[in-house]
Design a protein around this ligand. Structure first.
Ligand SMILES: [Zn+2]
Length: 309
């Protein structure tokens, strides 16, 4: 079935130029970001590079139930975006946090440096695919009032856009999500991009398409990349902690919009990935490269990196 997609005049593109020099960030990147080299793999004719935006340390209270056997230290999770190079297109999957979360999470916002290490300048990015509109995925879209990727078409899920665009959204979400909803509203007001709105399972072309994966947010989507006989799924925030949620997929995360649906989506995808032996990566795994998944003897799953990044 052909996906329904259309471009929207929701936000008109402004003509801006943006040089890499202007993206210089205050301070040095964390050690991990500074030492990492570009992490490029091939899926058939398509090159996919994991780009580290830094990392988060999340409190144990963000997950429930917290497993008895787990330590109560803050949980370290990664923050990845990906570069997809297919033909003459350079597509970015998510944009990291930019400077939106640095007050609370100082080790975030390093995606521009990772992109530079991959040999790509912001003006060479042709498309930006957004898995969902949380600040750690869209915060890097704008630098103040200018588009960080001035020539890119922004691909969004219509349901996700409409959900966050509702003026009353900050009042409707759970109190824990209110600061995030306000931050997203501010970002949406400033998005100076051409936008392609995809109604469901949008086809981005060049062997890349979106698949609905609701729960974390209503319009959360994963990215499916396929070329030749190879496939890779970029799971976005289908899971937040590999440490916890592979073994126990029913563990909830505090910012899941619909935790029960999120768990159903997570388990369904884990089952599909194991059955079909599909490679996958996810935003908040400690390593943003490709993994394989297997079922364990008990009820959970176990992931393994397929190569070192
Ligand atoms: Zn996230």
């Amino acid at each position: 079935m052909l996906p329904e997609s259309h471009t929207s005049p929701l936000v008109s593109r402004r003509s801006v130029t943006f040089g890499l020099g202007a993206m210089a960030l205050a301070g040095l990147p964390p050690q991990g970001a500074r030492s990492a080299s570009p992490n490029r793999i091939r899926i058939g004719d398509i090159a996919v590079t994991a780009l580290s935006d830094g990392h988060f340390e999340l409190p144990s209270a963000a997950f429930s139930p917290w497993p008895k056997e787990a330590s109560t230290h803050p949980l370290y999770v990664g923050a990845y975006a990906w570069l997809i190079e297919a033909g003459n297109r350079r597509m970015l999957v998510d944009t990291g946090s930019g400077n939106t979360l640095r007050g609370k999470h100082p080790n975030t916002g390093y995606l521009p440096m990772a992109l530079a290490r991959a040999g790509v300048t912001p003006d060479q990015v042709t498309d930006i695919i957004i898995t969902h509109m949380h600040a750690d995925h869209i915060g890097g879209l704008m630098h103040g009032e200018v588009a960080a990727y001035p020539n890119a078409m922004l691909h969004l899920c219509e349901l996700e856009w409409r959900y966050w665009a509702a003026p009353e959204r900050p009042q409707l979400v759970a109190p824990a999500q209110r600061p995030l909803a306000n931050l997203i509203a501010g970002l949406m007001d400033r998005m100076a991009y051409r936008i392609a709105v995809h109604r469901s399972n949008g086809d981005i072309g060049s062997g890349v398409w979106l698949e609905d994966a609701p729960g974390h947010t209503p319009g959360h989507q994963i990215v499916h990349i396929a070329s030749g006989t190879q496939s890779l799924l970029l799971l976005g925030d289908v899971l937040i902690s590999g440490t916890l949620q592979f073994a126990q997929p029913n563990i909830r995360y505090v910012l899941d919009d619909d935790p029960e649906q999120a768990a159903l989506t997570r388990t369904g995808l884990f089952d599909r990935i194991t059955a079909d032996e599909i490679l996958f990566a996810a935003t908040h795994l400690i390593d943003g490269g490709p993994h394989r998944l297997e079922k364990t003897a008990v009820s959970g799953y176990r992931a393994q990196k397929t190569q070192t990044f």
